[in-house]
Write a protein that binds this ligand. Structure first.
Ligand code: C2O
Ligand code: CU
Ligand code: CU
Length: 566
C-alpha cells in the first residue's frame, strides 16, 4: 500500500513536469521507491482539518528522531514525540524532564480536540489513542499510516470518563520497534466526577510509566529481531520508569496518587510494595473503580493501567519503600521460562531454538524478582487527604443487556510453534470475518480463550493449515501457551468472569489475587488455560476497530484482527 501511494505521488510529479525532483531534490524515502513494484491501489489521503470543527484544544504532535541522556556517558538515540500547544488550557502539555516519553496530554471530558500529527521519522507511522472512544478514522488504524513529511489531522470529542490513557504508534508490523525506540506517552483525562473527589493532584499525582530496555556498551538501545523474539516477545534487561533507570521518587509523609502504565513491549509485572503493604487500587484502564480495593499485588500487563492510592503518612523522614515485581509462573511457556532463568537457569536447554543466545544476557527473568522504583520519604508533614470510601458509581452491565447472550463473539488465541493468531487468521487490511461484524450501538458478550483448551469456536478455523497444533492434548498447547494481554479498541468493557482450567491452577495461584475485574478495562491479560468473558459496548461509531495482543511483538506478527462496526 505504501508503495502505491508513493507511486501515485511520483506519477503526479512526472505528469506535472516536476519529475526531475524525484531524482534531485526528493527525499531519500521517495527516491528509494523509484524501482518499486507498482500496482494501482487507491490512495488514502492523510486526514486534513475540517473548517467546521471548532476545537477547544489544538496540538501539534511531532514524531522524530532525537537523542537523550538516559545512562551515564553517551546519549541514547531515540524516536520520540514532542508537542506544541496551538490552542487550549496552559496545562494541556506536561513534559517529563529528561525523558524520551512524549509529553503528558491532559484533557477534559467534553473537550473538542484537534491534534496535528507530523511524521518526521524515516518511515511511515500513525498514532493511536489507546483506550479512547473516537471515530474509526481518528483511531490510528494502520491503514491510515502517513509517510515521512506528511501530516494527519485528528479531530474528536473527548467522550471518555476520567482516566489514564496512552498514545503510541500503530503502523502494521512496526508498532513494536517504534514504541521500543521511545514513541509513547500518557493521556490524563479529567472530569467533574473525579474532580469532586479531591484526589491528590499536582506534585502529589505522579505518573509511573514502566518499560524495559536493553542497552549496548555505547548506551544505545538494542532490539532483538527474529522469530524467537517475536514468538515470546522482547524482554529488556533494565527497568525504566518515565524513561529513567533506577527511578526514585522523593515524597512527603502523606497520600499520593500514582498513575501507572505498563508501556513495555511484552513484559508482565506483578507489582507489590516490598514491605508487604497492600496496594490500594482506586482505578484501572478506564478510570476509577467504584471503591478502593486492597491487593497484596497487582498483575500489570502491557497496555494496562493502574491508579494507586499510595499513603506514606505515618512513615518517618528517611524511610524508603520499594515497588517490586514479585515472582510468578505460567505467563510464558515452561520451556521459555526455564531458559529465562525462572525455572532453574539455562541448563541444557541453552541452544534450543536459538533461545540460548537470545536470553544469554537476560538479567531480569520474566516472573523473577526485581525492583521497579524506590520511594524516599524526605519530609514529614502532618496533614494528608484521606482515602474516599466511595468512588464514582459504575453502571454494571448484566447478561440481559447483551445482544448475543448465547453466542459470544469469539476471540480465540491460537499458538503455533512459530506464530500466534487470533481467530485463526493473521491481520490483513481488508479481512473481516463474519464473527467480526458487529451492529453499531449494540452491547456484545465476548469470550477470549486459548483455542487448544477445547474445541469451542473452532469451526471457523478449519482449513487454516494450523490443525496440527490444535490438539486437545495440551501437547503443543502446553508447550507454547503463554499469557496474552488482549486489547480491544473503541469503548471500554467490563469483565464478567475469568475461568481457569484445573491443569493450570498451580501457575494461576501465583497470579490470581492480582487481577482486578471490577472496573472499566480495555486490555485484559488472558493466561494459559484461562477463559475470560466480558461485555463490551459498540456505541456511536461505525468502521474498523482493531483488536489485538498488546504484546507488541505478537501484534506485529499478525496477532491482530479488526471488528467492522456496521
Ligand atoms: Cu495500545 Cu491497538 O493499541
Ligand atoms: Cu488501543
Ligand atoms: Cu500475545
Amino acid at each position: 500500500m505504501r508503495r502505491s501511494i508513493n507511486y501515485s505521488r511520483r506519477r503526479f510529479l512526472l505528469q506535472t513536469g516536476a519529475g526531475i525532483l524525484v531524482c534531485a531534490g526528493a527525499p531519500r524515502w521517495l527516491r528509494a521507491m523509484e524501482g518499486a513494484n507498482m500496482h494501482a491501489m487507491p490512495k488514502i489521503t492523510p486526514n486534513a482539518a475540517s473548517p467546521s470543527f471548532n476545537p477547544d484544544v489544538e496540538i501539534e504532535l511531532v514524531c522524530q528522531p532525537d537523542s537523550v541522556p538516559i545512562l551515564n556517558g553517551l546519549e541514547t538515540r531515540v524516536w520520540r514525540y514532542s508537542a506544541a500547544l496551538i490552542k487550549g488550557p496552559e496545562n494541556t502539555l506536561t513534559v517529563l524532564p529528561g525523558s524520551y516519553l512524549g509529553p503528558i496530554l491532559r484533557f477534559r471530558k467534553g473537550q473538542k480536540i484537534r491534534i496535528r500529527l507530523r511524521n518526521e521519522l524515516p518511515e511511515p507511522t500513525i498514532t493511536h489513542w489507546h483506550g479512547l472512544h473516537v471515530p474509526a478514522l481518528m483511531d490510528g488504524h494502520p491503514m491510515y499510516a502517513i509517510d515521512p513529511g506528511e501530516v494527519f489531522v485528528y479531530e474528536f470529542e473527548m467522550l471518555n470518563r476520567a482516566g489514564m490513557y496512552i498514545y503510541h504508534p500503530h503502523p502494521h508490523e512496526a508498532t513494536a520497534t517504534q514504541v521500543y525506540h521511545g514513541l509513547a506517552g500518557a493521556i490524563l483525562v479529567n472530569d467533574e466526577e473525579e474532580q469532586a473527589l479531591g484526589l491528590p493532584s499536582g506534585e502529589y499525582e505522579i505518573p509511573v510509566v514502566i518499560q524495559d530496555r536493553t542497552f549496548d556498551d555505547q548506551n544505545q538501545l538494542v532490539y532483538g529481531r527474529g522469530m524467537h523474539f517475536a514468538r515470546f516477545g522482547f524482554y529488556g534487561e533494565r527497568i525504566l520508569v518515565n524513561g529513567r533507570p533506577d527511578f526514585r521518587i522523593d515524597v512527603s509523609s502523606r497520600a499520593y496518587r500514582l498513575r501507572v502504565i505498563n508501556a513495555s513491549n511484552a513484559r508482565i509485572y506483578k507489582l507489590a510494595w516490598d514491605d508487604g503493604t497492600p496496594i490500594v487500587v482506586i482505578g484501572v484502564d478506564g478510570g476509577l473503580l467504584e471503591r478502593p480495593e486492597e491487593k497484596p499485588y497487582v498483575m500489570l500487563a502491557p497496555g494496562e493501567r493502574l491508579d494507586v492510592w499510595a499513603d506514606f503518612s505515618g512513615r518517618s523522614a528517611g524511610s524508603r519503600l520499594v515497588m517490586r515485581s514479585r515472582s510468578f509462573s505460567g505467563a510464558l511457556p515452561r520451556m521459555a521460562e526455564r531458559m529465562m532463568g525462572r525455572r532453574g537457569g539455562m541448563g541444557g536447554m541453552g541452544g534450543m531454538m536459538g533461545m540460548g543466545a537470545m536470553m544469554a544476557g537476560t538479567s531480569l527473568p520474566v516472573g523473577g524478582e526485581y525492583p521497579i522504583f524506590t520511594v524516599n520519604v524526605t519530609r514529614s508533614v502532618s496533614d494528608s487527604p484521606s482515602l474516599p470510601s466511595h468512588l464514582p458509581k459504575i453502571a454494571r452491565y448484566q447478561l440481559r443487556d447483551v445482544a448475543n447472550p448465547d453466542k459470544p463473539v469469539p476471540v480465540a488465541i491460537l499458538e503455533g510453534p512459530m506464530s500466534v493468531l487470533l481467530n485463526g487468521r493473521p491481520y490483513a487490511e481488508n479481512d473481516v470475518q463474519e464473527s467480526e461484524r458487529i451492529p453499531v450501538n449494540s452491547v456484545q458478550l465476548m469470550e477470549i480463550f486459548h483455542a487448544h483448551d477445547g474445541m469451542h469456536g473452532m469451526g471457523m478455523m478449519g482449513g487454516m493449515g494450523m490443525g496440527g497444533h490444535m490438539g486437545k492434548d495440551g501437547g503443543m498447547g502446553m508447550m507454547s501457551s503463554m499469557a496474552h494481554p488482549i486489547h480491544l479498541h473503541g469503548e471500554q468493557f467490563q469483565i464478567l468472569e475469568r475461568k481457569i482450567d484445573e491443569d493450570h491452577a498451580d501457575d494461576y495461584a501465583t497470579m490470581r489475587d492480582g487481577f482486578i475485574v471490577s472496573g472499566w478495562k480495555d486490555t485484559v491479560l488472558v493466561v494459559p488455560g484461562e477463559r475470560v468473558r466480558l461485555i463490551k459496548p459498540f456505541h456511536d461509531f461505525k468502521g474498523l476497530y482493531m483488536y489485538h495482543c498488546h504484546n507488541l511483538e505478537h501484534e506485529d506478527m499478525g496477532m491482530m484482527r479488526q471488528f467492522s462496526v456496521e
